[in-house]
Design a protein around this ligand. Structure first.
Ligand code: UT7
Length: 336
């Protein structure tokens, strides 16, 4: 077995057409465009038509990544889907995606780490490339948060949106690719952000429905404080390990949960605004999808050149925290 670096060689995304603006939300709950914008940075978010499963969004994002790369789904070895809103408890969303895109040779699984779902999936997928076991891994972050949000609860419904982003991992041909990662879970924080109903402990019943246990429950302030502290700690620990400083980072592509978390993180790390990707105003918090959607925008806006250092970072329910460093090698298209 030879050790190889995993590089991101293609990107794809899918966003539902339907836009839910702050003004529309203000007609549904006691909130305002001003409050949402000032406290979260969100202007609008995308919402699926009722009955649309996460696999549909995930498959479309994956297909775009394959099309941009110019390869067939038959070339994919492994599909990992970071999601907390699978179409159903089982089978895994990855199986549904495999079927939808006709990835005839692929195996796959879902990875449940809430907002860290994509970052963790990226690290896991990279190991199969590094070990030489696989040549092409699809890593997808996708969530239909509108399926688990209570649109009567102003504290949560204004934040979330639906979407999917995908990347293709392949072996690097030079020093580009995954430099390293730093991940941590702290289960004691689980009580601050969860969806208690529908699992083995509280299976669906009239009672769980009546008690609203199939919705997202969040103590926003607790999560906010944890996110700011842990993002800083995780990213600096990772940079230290590779004798790097924030000055070495070209772009911070962090989970888009709240623009104030992004700003506080950037300030703590001493990163100027031009080094931080922000697209939360367009899509809100799409959980597993925010980071690949932000990477997609960075690519579209030509904000990455070969050799640049990208810092991915996220914090989410669990608590989960994670960061990874990639040296950008550029996207590939056509054979190669
Ligand atoms: O991706 C998963 C990880 N999740 C996160 O990272 C979320 C982190 N947390 C947050 O982003 C913020 O805590 C929120 C956006 C959820 C809330 O913002 P906040 O500034 O922490 O507000 P708060 O919860 O401290 O509430 C302040 C006030 C309260 O009113 P009182 O008690 O001061 O009268 C809330 O009832 O704002 C009120 N409030 C609202 N007002 C208008 C809460 N939500 C709304 C709303 N519209 N949508």
């Amino acid at each position: 077995m030879t050790f190889r670096r995993a590089a991101i060689t293609s990107v794809g995304r899918f966003l539902p057409e339907k836009v839910l603006s702050n003004k529309e939300l203000a007609k549904m709950v006691d909130t305002s465009d001003e409050w949402i914008l000032a406290r979260t940075g969100i202007r609008e978010r995308r919402i699926v038509e009722k009955g649309t499963g996460t696999s549909e969004l995930a498959a479309k994002a994956a297909q775009e990544a394959l099309d941009r790369r110019g390869i067939s789904a038959d070339d994919v070895d492994l599909i990992i889907v970071g999601t907390v809103t699978p179409d159903m408890m089982f089978p895994a969303t990855a199986c549904l995606v495999q079927d939808k895109i006709n990835a005839s040779r692929a195996w796959g699984f879902d990875l449940s780490a809430a907002c860290c779902g994509f970052v963790y999936s990226l690290s896991v997928g990279s190991q199969f490339i590094a070990s030489g076991m696989h040549d092409r891994v699809l890593v997808i972050g996708a969530d239909v948060m509108s399926s688990i949000v209570d649109y009567r609860d102003r504290a949560t419904c204004v934040i979330f949106g639906d979407g999917a982003g995908a990347v293709l991992l392949e072996a690097s041909e030079d020093d580009a690719g995954l430099i390293g990662f730093e991940h941590k879970i702290e289960g004691a924080g689980g009580k601050f952000l969860n969806m208690p109903g529908g699992g083995s402990r509280h299976p669906a019943s009239n009672e769980t429905v009546q008690k609203g246990m199939h919705y997202v429950h969040q103590e926003g302030r607790q999560v906010f404080k944890y996110a700011v502290r842990r993002t800083y700690e995780t990213t600096t620990k990772l940079l230290d390990r590779f004798d790097m400083t924030p000055d070495d980072v070209t772009l911070l592509i962090a989970h888009q949960a709240n623009v104030r978390i992004l700003d506080a993180t950037a300030q703590r790390l001493g990163l100027p605004p031009e080094k931080v990707i922000k697209n939360i105003h367009k899509f809100g918090n799409t959980t597993g999808a925010t980071i690949p959607l932000a990477l997609y925008d960075a690519v579209e806006e030509n904000r990455l050149d070969k050799g640049d250092v990208v810092l991915f970072s996220s914090v989410g329910a669990g608590f989960t925290a994670g960061a990874s460093l990639f040296r950008w090698g550029g996207l590939r298209n056509g054979d190669g």
